[in-house]
Design a protein. Structure first.
Length: 468
């Protein structure tokens, strides 16, 4: 063991019984602040999503996405506010190698019949192990839920250690680099008696001055067993958990905080005898609220959250106009696939509606070319991208919902356009924020954007609506 590597490294190699006897991690972890601020330039994440999901209610105001096989943009508490670049797994033998999920594994994706529960199976390129992660959100709280199952394939993999690296982009900007427009900070919260990583950004003012619904953002990562290590760092520097594990195959030294930059947090998982864990990423407007939100979801348990989540979407699907039971020229199996695709497509459209502003259906739950867009540009501290309302794109979503029989949402979309987005001169902007106010990147008047709302109002039979 190298001279500077202290108690956290000892914890990671100790048997669980010794770990528990040694007392809480907080008493032995490093207390120093991380060095290397502000860290590497941060970016938004991939638009090429494998999955997306949200609870079918307006109580849980959170959306998750998966891209490249790992947890990607997470939006909360409005659909235009991304809070995450990635959250992914690392695996090491503690001596010779460290695998990063996005770099060193291959993956396959599957979904439940609603399309809103995502399961990613990642297999090490070495063939040594497999990680299965199932993603959904808690219908009762602003939490993303991840059930993790680690399966060693080779005998040596039974002793490997599993870590999680949380690379936040809190509040839609991550700071870092020379363009530190929206720096984040990170701390290890000890209020529960266990280490809980919290990333946050209390800043709400951006270049979108009419975006009056922004709130301070805090996110906390908790698990059903205490983490065996926890550290905060700056991305791309010596304090970054990924850099430490790549270099030393150990998370050492551990840092209690990282302030003012592009931060990340890394934790060591205690998988228990069944080699599985339940992770919860909870959100709030304060550190205490985020920690409590994650804890409330953990207390519910995976089965209860999974049941309620699926029940919500199944209930929505039964309310829709069913697809044709017999489709000319298709076998029964092909017809069943078409029917499932119909329902999943309707669910994706419904999931694209914000939960604070009814009818505000965004063009996409992603930022095209996001991986090349700086999240720390001081001139662009708000980046709505396609997570805004374009009447042209809304018309496409509206036709799907209207055809499927979701008249409530279809009519809410029409009312949003006329009552929230329409300008005083009767025209419509190219695109707006979720509150209907013109977005910073809007320009000109485009005739299709003006014509579509009229068609939608007529076809929705709202022509005689006095409010309109």
């Amino acid at each position: 063991m190298r001279g500077k590597r202290r108690s956290v490294a000892l914890f990671l190699s100790a048997p669980l019984a010794l770990l528990l006897a040694a007392g809480p991690l907080s008493a032995r972890a490093e207390s120093a602040a991380a060095t290397g601020a502000p860290g590497a330039l941060s970016h938004f994440d991939l638009a090429r999503k494998d999955c997306l999901g949200t609870a079918r209610n307006t109580t849980s105001k959170i959306w998750y996405t998966v891209a490249g096989g790992v947890l990607s943009d997470v939006y909360a508490p409005t659909i235009d506010t991304t809070q995450l670049e990635t959250m992914q797994f690392l695996v090491t033998d503690g001596a010779t190698f460290t695998d990063l999920q996005a770099r060193d594994t291959t993956y396959a994706v599957s979904a439940d019949p609603t399309g809103m529960v995502c399961t990613v199976t990642s297999t090490a390129r070495s063939g040594a192990y497999r990680i299965t992660a199932t993603y959904l959100t808690d219908p009762a709280h602003d939490s993303v839920v991840v059930r993790v199952q680690y399966a060693p394939i080779l005998p040596a993999a039974r002793s490997y250690r599993v870590y999680v690296r949380l690379d936040a982009t809190v509040g839609g900007n991550g700071g870092g680099g020379s363009g530190n427009g929206g720096a984040d900070s990170a701390v290890i919260d000890l209020s529960t008696g266990q280490p809980v990583p919290v990333s946050f950004d209390p800043q709400t003012s951006t270049n979108a001055s009419n975006r009056d619904y922004a709130v301070p953002s805090y996110l906390a990562l908790r698990a059903d067993r205490p983490f065996i290590a926890a550290s905060s760092g700056f991305v791309g520097t010596a304090s970054d958990g990924l850099q430490q594990l790549d270099r030393l195959h150990d998370l050492s030294p551990a840092y209690a905080s990282a302030s003012g930059g592009n931060v990340e947090q890394t934790v060591g998982l205690n998988l228990g005898p069944h080699r599985e864990a339940l992770l919860v990423l909870g959100f709030g407007r304060s550190q205490a609220e985020a920690v409590a939100t994650a804890g409330a979801s953990l207390a519910r348990g995976f089965k209860a959250m999974f049941h309620d989540y699926q029940a919500g979407w199944r209930g929505y699907d039964t309310s829709l106009r069913p697809p044709p039971t017999r489709i000319l020229g298709l076998s029964p199996a092909q017809a069943a696939l078409v029917s499932r695709t119909y329902q999943v497509s309707a669910n994706v459209l419904k999931a694209s509606e914000d939960k604070t502003f009814p009818g505000a259906i965004v063009a996409s739950l992603a930022s095209p070319w996001g991986q090349a867009v700086s999240a720390g540009d001081p001139a662009q501290t708000y980046f709505g991208s396609y997570r805004e309302v374009f009447s042209r794109d809304l018309y496409q979503a509206w036709t799907g919902l209207f055809t499927a029989g979701d008249l409530t949402t279809a009519r809410a979309a029409v009312r949003f356009l006329f009552l929230q987005q329409q300008l005083d001169d009767g025209s419509f902007p190219r695109n707006s924020l979720l509150n209907g106010k013109t977005a910073p990147d809007s320009f000109g008047v485009q005739l299709d954007e003006v014509a579509y709302p009229i068609l939608m109002a007529d076809q929705s039979e709202l022509g005689g609506d006095d409010d309109l």
